[in-house]
Design a protein around this ligand. Structure first.
Ligand code: GDP
Length: 347
């Protein structure tokens, strides 16, 4: 009896273990910070690349030689390599798996559709199968989170909720729409860590450089597309909350506000006292073969069931991104002025 109690207590006190795919991406880096803060040990799967791609998590990386402090651990694997996924799950024995890995750029998915489907659709299937076979063989329970995308709703008019039919408009969206019985969340997260070729970050990055005189023009495509942009840091909290529920389910997480690319330009350039019309030029190459006009989520269920709500609104998000990218541009300016960087070098 005493030893049973001890076992129960040590199980309760044991650090929870999370496995995160896509840990080097925007959402993966915020999720890792959040889980470490909650006392988790976080394992991330990273792809081999000749250039290091860990910039977003370098600030939380602790040398593994400092073993008791290094609670984030990185392992080489790939969603296109089923054996690597199963092996790491057996070794890590996670309590929770978060699948955030993807080729997530919509426009690029038209250029590399086969690869996009392989990583996004079949990759999710490989990971799920690795989790399923691991649980069968070990008798363990593993909770699994699958990142969906608001792009899955595509041409379906807003507001988009859990029951809204999917109408994908790109290879990326079609790949995310593969349903395998797993619950999904759908959102459009952005932040100062957003990839530089997504429109929000592309704008704030260029704006910072324009403000300090490193760049004059910004080339964009369709300014009338409207998106429900929310702060990635808010969304990772919702991901975790979903896995703390007894029953797996689908949730839409959203700010429930939609803004056009043009509105993003107005607010961001206005914040630095500039007029976007003096700098933005339209370039046909950034128009998509098929466009998603308007995404605006209905997050009532997440609010009601999870008690989740976003903390950062549109203006605050835009200003947060502009502030960080202005600081970055100022650092670049120092390098340019000292002759260590070419001013023409575009982000
Ligand atoms: P998405 O919501 O995943 O497609 O994220 P993006 O940031 O790539 O694009 C959001 C919207 O901005 C889409 O409707 C694009 O057509 C539009 N957009 C307009 N100009 C640009 C551009 O220069 N780059 C990108 N990436 N998107 C643009």
């Amino acid at each position: 009896m005493a030893s049973e109690n001890n076992e129960a207590r040590s199980e309760e006190m044991r650090r929870k273990i999370a496995l995160v795919t896509g840990i080097t991406g925007q959402d993966g880096s915020y999720l890792t910070e959040f889980l470490l803060e909650k006392g988790y040990e976080v394992h991330g799967l990273i792809r081999r690349s000749s250039n290091f791609n860990t910039q977003r998590i370098n600030h939380i990386y602790i040398d593994p030689h400092n073993a008791d402090k290094a609670l984030m651990k990185l392992h080489y694997a790939d969603l296109s390599d089923a054996s690597s996924l199963r092996r790491w799950i057996d070794v890590i024995k996670p309590d929770e798996v978060y699948n955030l890995a993807a080729q997530s750029h919509v426009a690029v998915s038209f250029e590399i559709p086969d690869y996009t489907a392989d990583v996004v659709a079949t990759g999710a299937l490989r990971l799920l199968e690795a989790v399923r076979s691991h649980t069968v063989d070990s008798g363990r329970t593993v909770k699994y989170y699958q990142a969906g995308s608001s792009e899955m709703f595509g041409a379906t008019p807003p507001p988009q909720a859990e029951t809204t039919p999917f109408h994908p408009r790109s290879p990326y969206a079609a790949s995310k729409s593969l349903r395998i019985g797993t619950p999904l969340t759908t959102a459009r997260p952005t932040s100062p860590r957003r990839g530089e070729n997504f429109v929000t970050r592309k704008i704030t990055r260029a704006l910072g450089r324009i403000k300090v005189g490193l760049q004059r023009k910004l080339f964009l495509g369709n300014l009338q597309a409207s998106r429900d942009w929310g702060f990635a840091g808010d969304y990772v909290e919702a991901m975790w909350m979903m896995l703390q529920q007894d029953k797996a389910d689908d949730y839409v997480v959203a700010t429930e506000e939609s803004h056009t690319v043009e509105e993003f330009l107005e607010v961001s350039f206005g914040y630095l006292g500039l007029n976007w019309k003096d700098h933005v030029e339209i370039d046909k190459r950034y128009f998509r073969p098929s466009e998603v006009d308007n995404l605006k989520g209905d997050a009532s269920k997440a609010k009601e069931v999870l008690g989740w709500k976003p903390k950062v609104g549109f203006e605050k998000l835009v200003k947060m991104m502009v502030d960080e990218d202005l600081a970055l541009a100022k650092r670049e300016k120092v390098l340019v002025d000292a002759g260590y960087m070419d001013a023409q070098q575009q982000p």
